[in-house]
Design a protein around this ligand. Structure first.
Ligand code: ATP
Ligand code: MG
Length: 351
């Protein structure tokens, strides 16, 4: 549905030329929600803006819904863009127009009659849950509601593809979740293809089928989302995943954790485990096989497309040699183990 072939984008700046996109090759299948994740400045917005040619690539081919956009005349391009909706971080609504009139705008520009506009818009208001906000102005809406209006507006011209540039970055976690659910629902009901960019792993985890990492203008890793979490290849992929799994201890314990081992302290381990290791009884093994005493301070197992992905923070007591052996055992199993500090034994009970 979306094909990018050898896309380069260079910007000339007073301090020299910047290569914002460096030989991007990408295929997004029909009906897929494809996420691109990258840090600030990686080139994400440039990349997504190249898909509808808001940004013209310096070279390369952009094909959307079978049409090569990079070879079209300006008027042909205007028509082709109707197949592509876009939503943004800051919603970009017209403040002087009501919800209804914001959504109607793209259809007005296409010369639709009032009746046609109404017929097109009513189902979208229903789909996006905005029926009771029809006559409100953007200033009277919450961030989540504004993004719903922007989504309805992007869908008004019945696009085949929806592009989302950090659409949930300005929203709180709960609203983000609802908007991501709405995007999934839209994909299912309208059979849309969605390309979204984000700097948040939680967005990828919540709604994408495939993911690619953009770093310094290059796509460096691409995979189905479950596989990506289970078997990250590049250091940056591992870092993104680790950041999404970082759980912190409650303040009452964290403030007592010491950086270095001292008399009468116990090591605190952060364990990250995926797939097979997530389903193994590692705690009971540590207890039975190595005679260790374990206090679980925090534990969580997430399921990403059926791949278990877990994190556990434990305090460990026992003979030093047995603790070393237990560590080795876990590492050999493929558990990522990190010693995050040492906790005094009067803080944590092993009784
Ligand atoms: N119009 C422009 N002129 C010159 N340089 C630009 C222009 N637009 C983007 N850049 C540069 O291209 C690179 C990629 O920018 P881009 O906005 O695509 O990054 P991003 O991944 O979207 O970042 P963020 O997460 O902060 O939005 C940056 O180094 C940026 O400074
Ligand atoms: Mg950006």
């Amino acid at each position: 549905m979306i094909i990018l072939n050898e896309i380069y984008k260079k910007y000339s700046t007073p301090s020299g030329e910047i290569t914002a996109l460096n030989n991007i090759n990408l295929r997004v299948s029909p009906g897929e929600i494809f996420g691109i994740i990258g840090k600030s400045g990686a080139g994400k917005s440039t990349l997504i803006r190249c898909v509808n040619l808001l940004e013209k690539p310096t070279s390369g081919q952009v094909i959307v819904a079978g049409e090569e956009l990079t070879s079209l005349s300006p008027s042909e391009l205007r028509n082709a863009r109707r197949k592509i909706g876009m939503i943004f971080q800051h919603f970009n609504l017209l403040t002087s127009r009501t919800v209804y009139d914001n959504i109607a705008l793209p259809l007005e520009l296409c010369g639709y009659s009032r009746q046609q506009i109404k017929e097109n818009i009513m189902p979208l208001l229903d789909l996006t849950g905005l029926m009771d906000k029809i006559n409100h102005f953007p200033a009277q809406l919450s961030g989540g509601q504004k993004q719903r209006v922007a989504i309805a507006r992007a869908l008004a011209s019945q696009p085949k593809v929806l592009l989302s540039d950090e659409a949930t970055s300005a929203l709180d976690p709960e609203t983000t979740h609802k908007i991501l659910d709405l995007l999934k629902n839209i994909r299912d009901t309208l059979k849309l293809t969605i390309l979204l960019i984000t700097h948040e792993m939680s967005v990828i985890k919540a709604c994408c089928d495939r993911v690619a990492i953009l770093q310094h203008g290059e796509l460096i890793e691409e995979n189905e989302v479950g596989e990506f979490f289970a078997h990250p290849k590049t250091p940056i992929a591992k870092k993104f995943i680790a950041s999404s799994l970082t759980h912190t201890l409650p303040d009452a314990i964290r403030s007592k954790v010491l950086a270095f081992e001292q008399p009468d302290t116990h090591p605190v381990w952060r364990l990250r485990f995926i797939e097979k290791t997530a389903t193994q009884p590692i705690v009971s093994q540590l207890i039975n096989q190595f005679n260790l005493r374990i206090n679980i301070l925090q534990a969580n197992v997430d399921y990403i497309k059926n791949h278990p992905l877990g994190i556990m923070i434990i305090a460990v007591a026992g003979d030093t040699s047995k603790i070393q052996a237990g560590m080795l055992y876990l590492q050999n199993l493929g558990v990522q183990l990190e010693v995050i500090g040492y906790v005094p034994n009067n803080i944590i009970s092993f009784a």
